[in-house]
Write a protein that binds this ligand. Sequence first.
Ligand code: BGC
Length: 743
Amino acid sequence: MMKFFSLPSLFFLLAIQATVAQDVKINKRVDSLMKLMTLEEKVGQLNQYSGSVVTGPVNDAKTNMLNDIKQGKVGSMLNVRGVKDTREIQAVALQSRLKIPLLFSLDVIHGYKTIFPVPLAEAASWDLDAIKSAAHIAAKEAAASGIHWTFAPMVDVGRDPRWGRVMEGAGEDTYLGSKIATARVKGFQGEQLGGLDAIMACAKHFAAYGAAIAGRDYNAVDLSNQQLWETYLPPFKAAADAGVATFMNSFNTINGIPATGNSYLQRNILKGKWNFGGFVVSDWGSIAEMVPWGFAENQKDAALKAITAGSDMDMESLAYKNNLVKLVNEGAVPIALVDDALKRILYQKFLLGLFDDPYKFSNLAREKKVMADVKHPQIAREVAEKSIVLLKNNGQLLPLTRDTKNIVVIGPLAHSRKDMEGGWIVASDTTKVTSLYEGLVAKAGKNVKFTYVEGCGINGMSTAGFASAVAAAKSADLVIMALGESAEMTGEAKSRTDIHLPGVQEDLFVAVKATGKPVVSVLMAGRPMIFNKVADQSDAIVYAWLLGEQAGHAIANVLYGDYNPSGKLPSTFPRSVGQIPLSYQTYNTGRPVTDPKDIRYKSGYIDELNSPRYAFGYGLSYTTFNYTNLKSSATTITLTPESTVQLSFTLTNTGKYAGAEVVQLYIRDLVSSVVRPVKELKDFQKVMLKAGESTTITFTIDKDKLSYFNQDLHWVAEPGAFSLMIGSASDDIRLSATLNLTQ
Ligand code: BGC
C-alpha cells in the first residue's frame, strides 16, 4: 500500500536521511585517516594547548608549542583568536605529516565582539528566543574570526550566590536552566555545524560544579544521587538532546570522585545512557589536578584514570601528551580507548569542514563585515532591556518623566564602562560601552540636567566622597544611585563569603537617602547581592546585573519607560548570608513555620526569617496583571503517556502600560515515596499584552510534568494528589487547583 506523508514530515524524513548519509561519509573518512596515524599522532589529537590569553594557571612545561604543533602533537588550541593569528597557527599545523587541522576554541560566554548581558542576567529575561539570538550573534562573530568552538553554555545549576560562577549560568532552577541550555546550544550551533555562522557549543561543567561546598570555587561536592539526577543533570541532558557537540568536565569531586576521573558520569551516564556522540574536554588542567586531590599518584596515573573514565581531550595539563603513549605501550590503556576519543574529535573536525578548508572560518573580509553588523548592538540592547528586573516602585516613581529636571547620579558604578561588560571579555571594544550616566544623558535630552558624583569606590572603605554626594543630592530633584559589584567580583575564582554590597556603598546610600530626596537604586552585579537597607529605604529599585555594552542605554530606556521591565529573578535573593543555600525549592519539613513570630520548635531561625528578600520568579512591571477564571479540563489524569489535562486561565493587563508578564506554573506532589519540594517550576510563558488587553493562557499537564526521580533513580509519576499553582513569582501564587493522578 502506498503511504502519503505531509509536506513537513517529508522534509523531516529527508533531513534525517541526509544526516545519516553525512554521518556514514564522515565516519568513513575518520576511519581511513585513523589507519594512517601513529600512536604519537593519535595522542597528539587528544592534547589541547592554550595560546596567549590566560584563563588558568599557565603550564610552564610547554616549551616549544609551535614545534609540537608541527609534529602533530596538538589537536586543539584555546585562547587564540582573530583571523590573522588563527591562520598563522593553522598554517603550522598543516606542516605536520598528516596535515590535520587544529580546532580553535575560546570562552565566548556572552558575546564575542558585541557584548551581551552576563548569562545570569540574560536568564532573568525568561525569553528563550532572545537568549538564543544572543548566542547566535556571538557564534557568528566568533566564527568569522577563526573560532570553531566555544566553551559555553555553562549549564551548572547555581544555588549558592557566594560562588562567583553563578554569573555564568542560568540561575538556580533546573527547569528554566534546561530550557536556556537548549536555547543557547541551538543559538551557538545554528542550523547545522559546518555553517559559517555556527560554532561548536560545550555544555559545562559536567557535573554539579555549582554545588561546590560553601560556594568556594574548585571545591568538593557532596551530593545525593537523587539531587544529582533531579537538580544538576537535567540541563546537561537538555544540552545533549539539543545536539551539543562537546562537554567539559569539572574541577570538583562528586562524593569523593573527581568529575574528570568519573566513569559513572562520563561513561555510564553521558556516553552510555544518553548516547552522547561528541567529545569531552577536561577543564583547564583538571586531569593533572587529580594528583593534588589525592586521587592519582602522579600525572601518569592521572592520565590513566582520566582516559579510562572517558575524558577525551586534555586541556593544558600535558598529562596525555607526556604519558598516554607509554601507557598504551605498557598495556595499561587499551588502544581502543585512545581510538574512541580520537574518533570523536576527528568526527567534529570533519563535520565542521576543516579538512576540506582548514581556513574556512578565518576570512578577513568576512571578519570585517560581520563585526560591523549594526544589528548586533541593537539586539544586544534589546536583550539587555529584557534582562532588567524591577524590584520596587513605590508610588509609581518610575517611569521618570522629563518634568524631573535636575537629577544627580551617584555611585561607583554610575559612570563605569568596563564593569558593564562583566567577565569573560575577549574581543570587545570598551570604548563602545555606554555607562549608565551616558545612557541617561543621551536619553533624557537637553532639558534634563544630570550631575555625576562617584561618592565612594566599589570596594574601598573611604568615605571622603560622601559629603559631595550628599551636597549634590540636596540640590537635585531626584537621585539615581548606581551601586554593586565590579566586573572583577564575579566569575571564576571570585567567590565571596559576604555578598552584601561591597565596601561602604550601603553607608553612602544611607547618607544620601537621609537628604529626603527620592532615590532610585540601580543595582549592578553578576550575582544576587544582599542590600537590606537599600531594599527598605529606596523608593524604586532596578536590578540591572552587568548588562554588557548597551547597559547605559538599556537602563535609561527602562527608567524612562521606553521599555516596560519584564525580567524575573532566576535566583533567590537571600536576606542574610546565613540562609544560604536558599532556593524556592525548599521542603515543608515536619515542623513548618506557620507564623514567623513563633518559631518555637519549628524549622526556622531565631534571628532571621526563612523567606528570601526577593523570591525566585519575582519581578515587577509598570503595569499590573490579573489572573482569573482558572479552568481545568479534568480533575483526574491517568498514568498513560498520552493523557493530558489542560489548565487555562485569563491574564489581563489591568494597568496603563503595555507590558509582558512571565506566567509560571509550579507543581507539588503532595504525598510521594520520596519527599518533594513545596514547589517546582514545570512550565512558563512570557506574554505581551497591551493596556487593558486579556488573553487565555493554557498549560498542558502530562505525565512528564508530574514525574520525578524516585529512590531507584527511575523517572516516575506516582498516583495521588498534586497541587497545581499558577503565579507571577514563586511566592506570588494567584491561582491553584488539585489534580489526581490515577493508575
Ligand atoms: C574554566 C572553564 C573555561 C576554561 C578555559 C577553566 O578554568 O573553568 O570554564 O572554559 O578555563 O578558559
